[in-house]
Design a protein around this ligand. Structure first.
Ligand code: PEP
Ligand code: MG
Length: 541
């Protein structure tokens, strides 16, 4: 039999080949026909026991390495796996409700996680993901697979962000039967440089564990029984990406400084611990954009402080002493959770409509960001009034703690044109080229991620923003995709941006590109472009 290609949609670029690691199968939800529910319940209990033993081993190993704090955290997982209430619930779900053992484990863990996440005690609420992880590990055992062995192509119906964060760092690629390109899993995959295809259809789950497949994330294909030429092509692509990453990691200590000695800070866009870890390995000096809304796209109400703390802490606790730029919720448009459906507002306007949600979020950020060089970023700013309202709310939650810097995203033409006034009230500016390009040129959001930023109308607004920031003696950063675009980045540096914030997987490449630039030449090139935009008489400040 020859190749069989399943057409899906490209969610993250790159081509890779590997053994399939099938994470879920349809039809496993109920106790198999003829199976003894009591025996299935015992299998589920045994699986929890095995998870407890595994976690104990991991904790002991950590302790031997002197990593006591991490060991303590892992040990709470041991207690969860042995929790009599969890075990009883699993048994009830299998014996009385007729669920399969894997389904019962996931369901019971989810119920417990939800209960924990609603607790006012932030420390306990943070444990919600841990109990989910315990459930997933145990479910993997009853299905006869070791969940941690993911050095291959992950195949699943859908994957949550926590799954991706846990599994992606060791995976070669991801294919989902369902899922969309804007799903958070896809954003994390792109950020980690992992090829990903979504929407491959239910046939995807016919793939057997261990079967060799090629994932073509450029064309949205997954290929079973791939031809040798296709395998070679995939190996070549994967090898190129691997070498580029190794080079980036090896050069992480070299400064991001142009040949003629101009420093540019390279930060990362990271919302999960997995992304931050990758960015740090590649030399990121901190986080320039943490998109807080991404983990709450399915939320049914404004997230509580405890829920926010549990999503922020895994990232911010690893940023002690480093720049941590946390953006307020940018809900609306393509990022509208169920509870906000029907709204036409977006970004800070939407958040200001719910003052309690704003103060809750500010309090969570200030608490989770203690010990970092904390910066709070406001999305979709259009006026200084919005900044003043956020500043007032921020003052109300500080409770004696140092006041973080407050920055404005400049990502609408209105904001760029009013950047002079905004810069007078903000502590820094951050240019969101994704939205800015789309709004100026009326383009589709996906297309606006590359070259159109070089359009002279867009460049004119970027220049006006940079000049406004420098006139107010504040720094200006670019955190849209243009910051790592090979053509746009030298122009942005030439125009004078102080910081670039790029996807985790691109940190090394961006730093290397800065090292290969000559700042004076980049300035001259940028000036030449500016001549065509009407900004020819730009004054340097
Ligand atoms: C942008 O618009 O450039 C940006 C960084 O924000 P987001 O991509 O989250 O809309
Ligand atoms: Mg934006």
């Amino acid at each position: 039999m020859g190749e069989k290609a399943l057409q899906g949609v490209s969610a993250a670029p790159g081509i890779t080949v590997g053994a399939a690691v099938v994470l879920d199968r349809p039809g496993a939800a109920r106790v198999a026909l003829g199976a003894d529910p009591e025996a299935e319940a015992i299998r589920a209990r045994d699986a929890l026991h095995r998870v407890a033993t595994d976690l104990e081993d991991i904790a002991s190993a950590l302790r031997r390495e002197g990593r006591g704090e991490e060991a303590d955290i892992i040990e709470t997982g041991v207690l969860m796996a042995m929790d009599p209430q969890l075990i009883a619930r699993v048994e009830t779900l299998v014996v009385d409700a007729g669920l399969g053992p894997a389904e019962a484990l996931s369901e019971a863990a989810e119920e417990t996680a939800l209960e924990l996440s609603r607790l006012p005690d932030a420390m306990l609420a943070e444990r919600a993901d841990d109990v989910r992880s315990v459930g997933r590990r145990a479910a993997a055992y009853v299905e006869g697979r070791a969940r941690t062995a993911t050095d291959g192509v992950l195949i699943a119906t859908t994957l949550g962000p926590a799954d991706v964060a846990e599994l992606a760092p060791t995976a070669k690629g991801i294919v989902l039967a369902a899922g969309g390109v804007t799903a958070h899993a896809a954003i994390v995959a792109r950020s980690l440089g992992l090829p990903m295809v979504v929407g491959a259809g239910p046939e995807l789950l016919d793939i057997q564990d261990g079967e060799e497949v090629v994932v073509d994330g450029d064309r949205g294909l997954v290929v079973r029984r791939p031809d040798p030429e296709r395998v070679d092509l995939a190996r070549g692509d994967a090898e190129r990406r691997r070498l580029a990453r190794n080079t980036a990691v090896a050069r992480r200590d070299q400064p991001a400084e142009t040949k003629d000695g101009h420093r540019v800070r390279v930060l990362a866009n990271a919302s999960t611990a997995a992304e931050l870890q990758e960015a740090t390995k590649q030399g990121a000096e901190g986080v320039g954009l943490l998109r807080t809304e991404l983990l709450f796209l399915e939320a049914s109400e404004w997230p509580s402080q405890a829920q926010q703390l549990s999503s922020l802490r895994p990232v911010l606790s690893r940023l002690a002493g480093r720049t941590a730029t946390v953006r307020l919720f940018d809900f609306g448009a393509d990022k509208t959770p169920p509870f906000l459906r029907g709204t036409s507002a977006r970004g800070i306007d939407l958040l200001l409509e719910s003052p309690r949600a704003l103060t809750t979020q500010l309090a969570a950020i200030v608490e989770a960001g203690a010990g970092t060089d904390l910066r709070i970023l406001i999305p979709m700013v259009t006026s200084t009034t919005q900044l003043a309202a956020v500043r007032e709310a921020l003052d109300g939650v500080l409770d004696g703690r140092p006041r973080p810097q407050l920055g404005a995203m400049i990502e609408t033409p209105e904001a760029a044109l009013g950047a002079g006034a905004i810069a007078q009230t903000a502590d820094f500016l951050s240019i969101g080229t994704n939205d800015l390009t789309q709004l100026v040129l009326g383009l589709d959001r996906e297309q606006s991620r590359t070259a159109p930023v070089m359009d002279l109308r867009v460049l004119g607004l970027i220049t006006a923003t940079i000049d406004a920031a420098h006139a107010a003696r504040i720094l200006v950063d670019v955190c849209g995709e243009a910051a790592s675009d090979l053509k746009a980045m030298p122009v942005l540096v030439g125009l004078g941006v102080d910081e670039l914030s790029v996807a985790a997987a691109r940190v090394g490449q961006a730093r290397q590109q800065v090292r290969e630039l000559n700042f004076v030449a980049a300035q001259q090139e940028a000036e030449k472009l500016l001549h065509q935009t009407g900004h020819a008489s730009r004054e340097r400040v």
